[in-house]
Design a protein around this ligand. Structure first.
Ligand code: BMA
Length: 380
């Protein structure tokens, strides 16, 4: 009996709604809060004007500092805070844990989220969740069957619901000064077309992935009654067609933004593959976004330690080209990484070799940092 119920349940959440179609100015969640609906509406049209610049963990630490009130490598290099703040939930699922996998305490993260939001910025959350199989297995464990084990009917389903309770408690606790829920762009199970996480293409079937997404949506939206989430679908930078990009798409009724992640390697002065491939893929996603009436973004990118002094105005701007993305986010400024034995950062800091170019990038009409985001009144 239990099995039959689970099968029915799975089928229900797997099937994309028959009515899935362009939903006008409304996000997927029909009960989304006013601020969430407003943000979505702005993100949809923002691309006509330009795109927001984002940085992961911006307010928490920089290349050579940690937790210093008001500091931001981006601000110190460009004179303004980023317009999008990325934060990482990985580790929230660990019992009794109070900091994420990169050492950021969740309590501080909440304060940073509120600060960024109050200044008119946009908040996005990623989640490098551990493997539910435990034994120290983390997000990068690609044991086949992991996703099946947390889906309805799976041995770890109850555990997964406990994890989602923690995620829900965190997202539900994010409040602005008037007590309103702070909208977040939630980007779970990202880069799923790759082969490095337990939710990736090599470790689960299309059905399992879509069921996981749809259950997660159902649980946070319906059971936990969270209505401040915009759902970000995200692949790696490895698709060549619309069909490829949509292979694991869980349905228009469960997704708000389309996005992918891609990073620069090699020497951008000699090889143009990064900007050409990124530009071509953004065009594919842009066409889909227009068909579906949804905004799209370059959710993660960067050139580690930015050794090319003109990466911002040349490489990144060429990569974006004419594509009407609503934001681009570069990854975190960790500084020297002892296990990797190299510098691990993606935004310039004061004195960094690409600082001057970053200032030119800041001045470009199409590029928006926080002051411009504030003027856009994204939540009104
Ligand atoms: C990766 C690296 C890791 C980090 C992870 C989650 O790209 O930056 O060091 O733990 O993202 O933030």
């Amino acid at each position: 009996m239990k099995r039959a119920v689970n099968i029915l349940f799975t089928a229900f959440f797997f099937l994309p709604a028959a009515t899935a179609c362009a939903q006008g100015d409304k996000p997927a969640d029909p009960a989304a809060t006013r601020e969430t609906v407003n943000l979505y509406r702005h993100l949809k049209t923002l691309g006509e004007k330009g795109f927001l610049f984002g940085h992961q963990d911006d307010l928490a630490y920089g290349v050579d500092w940690k937790y210093t009130e008001g500091r931001s490598d981006v601000k110190e290099a460009a004179g303004d805070y980023p317009a999008v703040y990325g934060w990482e939930l990985g580790g929230i699922e660990r019992p009794g844990n109070n900091q994420n996998i990169d050492g950021v305490p969740f309590k501080k993260m909440k304060q940073f989220i509120r600060e960024g939001y109050e200044r008119g910025g946009v908040i996005t959350l990623s989640w490098h969740a551990d493997s539910p199989f435990g034994n120290g297995k983390n997000a990068w464990d690609t044991t086949h069957g992991t996703v099946a084990s947390i889906n309805p009917g799976g041995a770890n389903h109850a555990l997964y619901k406990e994890w989602l309770d923690k995620v829900a408690a965190f997202i539900g606790s994010l409040k602005g000064s008037k007590g309103e829920a702070i909208p977040v762009l939630f980007r779970p199970f990202h880069e799923h077309s790759g082969n490095w996480f337990w939710w990736c293409r090599n470790a689960c079937t299309v059905f399992e992935y879509q069921t996981l997404w749809r259950f997660t949506y159902y649980y946070l939206q319906t059971e936990k009654k969270l209505h401040n989430i915009l759902w970000v679908y995200n692949t790696g930078g490895d698709f060549e067609t619309k069909e490829d990009f949509l292979e694991r798409y869980p349905g228009d009724d469960k997704v708000d933004l389309l996005s992918f992640d891609t990073y620069q390697y090699g020497d951008p002065e000699k090889e143009k593959w990064f900007e050409q491939n990124t530009n071509r893929r953004l065009k594919i996603v842009g066409e889909l976004a227009a068909e579906k009436g949804k905004p799209f973004a370059l959710a993660e990118t960067g050139y580690e330690a930015v050794p090319y002094p003109e990466w911002w105005t040349k490489t990144l701007m060429n990569a974006v080209g004419e594509n009407k993305i609503c934001y681009v986010l570069v990854w975190r400024n960790h500084g020297y990484n002892t296990s990797m034995k190299k510098m691990h950062y993606y935004a310039p800091y004061k004195g960094q070799v690409s600082e001057m170019d970053f200032q030119q990038f800041y001045k470009l009409d199409r590029v928006m940092f926080e002051k411009e985001a504030y003027n856009e009144k994204l939540y009104q």
